[in-house]
Design a binder for this molecule. Structure first.
Ligand SMILES: [Zn+2]
Ligand SMILES: [Zn+2]
Length: 130
């Protein structure tokens, strides 16, 4: 599109900022436009809105969708709290999160020891089994 197109990180930041500071007024046109065009940001904005309005918990699909960002610590309070709460009560998502965490730890380890081919293959077969 054009070069002034907002990137997704900036949009999410704006949405959160807006929800926290000026929830009563409409979003600015540029952000609104991005949300209409970008399905990822749209669903993320919906989740951010919902947890603040307090009408409902996250469902498994949403938690899984957010899991990578959550593990990368790219999700801020209060959404991270909602994810944690879900993981405490949902066995499926909890084990999925644990699996991802372990996988990440292994990838990190393997990067530290110059990523031996064997370990990479083991991770690959782990993913395939899952
Ligand atoms: Zn986006
Ligand atoms: Zn779940």
């Amino acid at each position: 599109m054009n070069s002034r197109h907002l990137n997704c990180d900036a949009v999410i930041k704006r949405v959160i900022d807006h929800l926290e500071r000026t929830p009563g007024v409409p979003l600015d046109a540029e952000t609104e436009k991005h949300l209409k065009a970008c399905a990822d940001c749209h669903s993320r904005a919906e989740i951010e809105r919902r947890i603040r309005i307090g009408t409902g918990k996250l469902n498994c699909e949403e938690v899984i969708e957010l899991l990578f960002d959550y593990l990368d610590q790219e999700i801020s309070h209060p959404l991270s709290t909602h994810i944690e709460r879900h993981l405490e009560t949902c066995r499926d998502c909890f084990s999925r999160a644990e699996f991802e965490k372990r996988l990440r730890a292994r990838v990190r380890e393997s990067a530290e020891v110059q990523a031996p081919e064997r370990l990479k293959l083991r991770i690959k077969s782990l993913i395939e089994k899952f």
